[in-house]
Design a protein. Structure first.
Length: 198
């Protein structure tokens, strides 16, 4: 495939946005969304690169389930006054406003989620969208790019940390399971695979 100079030409009009969420469990319908990070991508000089970063600490929705094991795994202190948490609705509306600007600037049709185990992130994103009656999401409702599959193809690894190491990237396990750090690493991995494929 020949390198392209516009992101709108690379993925059939989709704007790829790398997403990672940290949650209070595995059930998108009942468990809290606690953290959300997003990195939109663009093309510069024929290469896929990052185009901004967004990171939100999120207040659990009313009645949300939070599993103790999930909090121990992520290290999130929900009661900390330093989290600066905002509501799901405020976080989504702020993110979507910025992404809609980028969609227009890049001449794309809509966003497509890029994630490591993308079904998990997309499930929580869609549940939060429905819960807050947000009628117009910039994201495709069910299509996504999954770096688990891509890393398995490119490097023979499906765990994010292991795939990064095989790809020659640094990975700090002490920073893992922060939404922003995992999004940054997933973004770097996705860009590396796509750029090498070109």
């Amino acid at each position: 495939m020949q390198p392209v100079n516009k992101i709108s030409q690379r993925f059939r009009g989709f704007l790829p946005v790398v997403i990672d969420v940290e949650t209070g469990g595995f059930n998108a319908q009942t468990d809290a969304l606690l953290e959300l990070a997003a990195i939109p991508l663009t093309i510069e000089d024929g290469k896929l690169v990052e185009n901004g970063k967004y990171h939100f600490h999120i207040e659990p929705f009313q009645g949300a389930n939070i599993e103790t094991a999930a909090i121990e795994f992520t290290g999130i202190d929900i009661e900390s006054p330093f989290r600066g948490a905002i509501s799901e609705e405020d976080a989504l509306l702020e993110l979507f406003e910025q992404l809609n600007i980028l969609i227009k600037q890049e001449n794309c049709n809509r966003c497509i989620l890029v994630g490591h185990n993308a079904w998990f992130d997309l499930g929580f994103l869609n549940a939060a969208i429905a819960r807050n009656n947000i009628r117009k999401s910039p994201f495709h409702a069910f299509s996504s790019f999954d770096t688990v599959t891509l890393a398995g193809m490119a490097y023979g690894q499906t765990v994010l940390a292991k795939a990064c190491v095989v790809a020659g990237m640094e990975f700090d396990t002490s920073e893992a399971h922060s939404a922003l750090y995992d999004t940054e690493k997933t973004s770097e991995l996705f860009c590396m695979i796509i750029n090498n494929w070109n």
